[in-house]
Design a protein around this ligand. Structure first.
Ligand SMILES: [Mn+2]
Length: 339
């Protein structure tokens, strides 16, 4: 029996063993896969009669508020006491779509002090080891892995239409609407199953891709027109976005979602880097085509990591220094690749 099946059996035994309360945590700056997997899991636990609560270190971006349970998430930024009381009362902690407690922002401390069982369901490389680590780095999305787990333990019939929508939202967004990491036939069998369980693709699509604000659209236009630079010697696009600019366009969480992918539409661009100035840090987000492992670059210089074609990091330096560090390490990154 393969390792994944062993872990799935362990999870079944755990949940059948009298678990009463659970907490569910996505990664910091949650995306569709993080919130989709948390929402679907929460609905599943409801069906199993296990009280549960999604806890988050920051907030759910506007464009994901339509997902099940998104509006009842408790934020540690808003109510740390309430977060702590949920953690203290829980028997099980689920870590969704991240491979390490250090991806949970301020909730990391509560996670590390947690006395119950910890379960990780995730598809990032190099998972840390918890009580039950369900990890499949080859999987296109945590939501697809979660689907596999649910199907193996309870059968796909337990999946409601709301759960199907949440799982599909994660699969759709992590593959960029089926444009990358989307060649696994299993992906489409999963979607077919979700459709049979009541998935409303049009509803999910409309809520993710057709709810933009004018500010968001203008911000996107502005950064492409005025900030995007193509490196003269290497196939890389860099988009530095200043705090001033974000404020000018009344930036809200999620407003730059997807922008880093846009330069990859240029034939000559193989890597795209978005550098975003925030009040207390500079965020780095990278995307690449083909075999270029941007996670290596993010790990080495930007306190981050992620997937081969989609990674990120953060720096506690000035905006100018962050831009300098990206430009200053381009050559080394590409030369190491060629060796
Ligand atoms: Mn994911």
């Amino acid at each position: 029996m393969c390792d994944l099946n062993v872990k799935i059996e362990q999870l079944r035994d755990l949940l059948n063993g009298g678990v009463k309360r659970a907490v569910i945590i996505p990664h910091i700056s949650p995306d569709g896969d993080a919130m989709g997997s948390c929402g679907a899991l929460s609905l599943l636990l409801d069906k199993l009669g296990i009280q549960n609560q999604i806890l988050i270190c920051d907030s759910v971006p506007e464009y994901l508020q339509f997902l099940p349970k998104a509006r009842t998430v408790v934020s540690n930024r808003v109510d740390p006491e309430l977060c702590e009381s949920y953690m203290m009362a829980a028997d099980v902690l689920f870590m969704m779509d991240h491979n390490n407690p250090d991806r949970e922002g301020e909730l990391q401390l509560l996670n590390e002090a947690f006395m119950g069982k910890k379960v990780m369901i995730d598809h990032h490389l190099e998972p840390s080891s918890v009580d039950i680590t369900i990890s499949e780095p080859g999987s296109p999305a945590t939501c697809m892995l979660l689907y596999k787990v649910i199907k193996a333990i309870w059968g796909k019939e337990i999946i409601s239409a709301d759960m199907a929508n949440a799982l599909y939202a994660g699969i759709n967004t992590d593959t960029g609407n089926f444009n990358h990491a989307a060649s696994d036939p299993e992906l489409y069998r999963t979607v077919a199953d979700l459709l049979e369980q009541g998935l409303d693709r049009d509803y999910v699509y409309a809520n993710i891709y057709q709810v933009s604000s004018l500010d968001k659209l203008r911000l996107t236009g502005n950064v492409i027109l005025n900030d995007l630079q193509i490196h003269p010697d290497y196939p890389i696009a860099v988009i530095p976005v200043s705090l001033n600019e974000l404020e000018h366009f009344h930036y809200k969480d999620g407003d730059l979602e997807g922008v880093v992918n846009i330069p990859l539409s240029i034939a000559a661009v193989k890597v795209s880097v978005l550098i975003t100035e925030r009040k207390d840090k500079v965020k780095i987000s990278m995307r690449s085509k083909g075999d270029i492992p941007v996670n290596v670059w993010c790990e080495k210089y930007f306190n981050g990591g992620g997937h081969k074609n989609a990674s990120g990091g953060k720096l506690e330096v000035s905006f100018a220094e962050a831009i300098e560090l990206v430009n200053g390490t381009v050559r080394e990154f590409f030369e190491e690749l060629n060796n």
